[in-house]
Design a protein around this ligand. Sequence first.
Ligand code: CP3
Length: 341
Amino acid sequence: MKPLLLQALYNEQIPRPPVWMMRQAGRYLHEYQAIKAKYGFLQMCKTPDLAFEISMQPVRIFDVDAAIVFADILLPAETMGFNISFKPGPFVENTIKDINDLNFLSTKVHNFSLKYLAETISMLKTELTKSATNPKAVIGFAGAPYTLACYLIEQGKWKHFHGTQVFANQQQSAFEKLMDVITAVTIDYLLLQIEAGADVVQLFDTWGGNLTLEDYRKLSLPYLQRIITEIKKKNCPIILYVNNSSHLNEILNDSGADCLSIDSRCNLEELMKNSEIALQGNFDPTHLFLSKEQVIAETTKMLTQTKNKNNYIANLGHGILVNTPRENVKAFVDTVLNFKR
Ligand code: CP3
């Protein structure tokens, strides 16, 4: 039996949508805080026993349909030669200022240095396929090249990564060279995760929505297309999340992704009318702070809107926020688990 998440991605007839949440493992869970009190973030990512445990927490607590591996979009930057740390947001020491800074970059994902990630995924795969009647999916992920570039070019001097947009248009060949390296590394990084057992992978373009439609077409989309083409050769479904993407949706279908993960500002109903592609989302993470009754009502509304779409995955429009009340997270998930089409 296939995990429900895969059944939805393959547009099979299923009784309810699968559900998981972006950033479902993290600081809003006291179980996560307990581990975090003892270890640094990178140490947690790089110790398979810990990363496995943290990835499993939301599965055990809420019974969501998938585990996303506990890792970060910055991890492959380390294999490229960047010095990264988390404070708790990513901090890159040796950011790129001009083309001369690119000489140190490596295009190779050193399998040995990412062995921890493969090991965590393979542990998750074993655990989540134990049940013959209700197997769950393992999700691997990477940052979209544009979003990763934002962290590698800037060091927090600009708000909202506008400096990356300036860099990309002012120093075109340096930008392209950096994006080529990131793209090559991201392909290897995702292939490593698929080989280890990831059932599906997601690309996070968190900052892509800053770009105009024209700039997105030039600065982000071609690199996504290269990655997606390679991943599809492995018959692994790929989900694309672009935050703040209302103005970009018309071209995101051209990415080749199997599923678009939609942010809360997008109109899910309108998007469903215009596209056959699988959709994921888009419950507003701030609405998880409303009353439990409101959470249930809003979730039910979202599920009713998407009732006739088998290739729909219930999720949030962006990552879960730090102080989110867990009883509301439970109400959101339970509403999906108990929904009948
Ligand atoms: O549960 C999961 O979703 C899996 C783990 C995961 C993390 N980061 C763990 C993490 C995933 C999928 C990510 C993706 C990620 N990382 C993105 C794309 C998704 C998005 O939210 O837009 C981005 C932009 C990053 C970069 C990053 N890493 C930021 C901005 C931060 C700080 C975030 C914050 O919450 O303050 C991190 C650190 C990070 N990555 C944490 C976690 C759980 C917090 C670390 C801590 O506990 O201190």
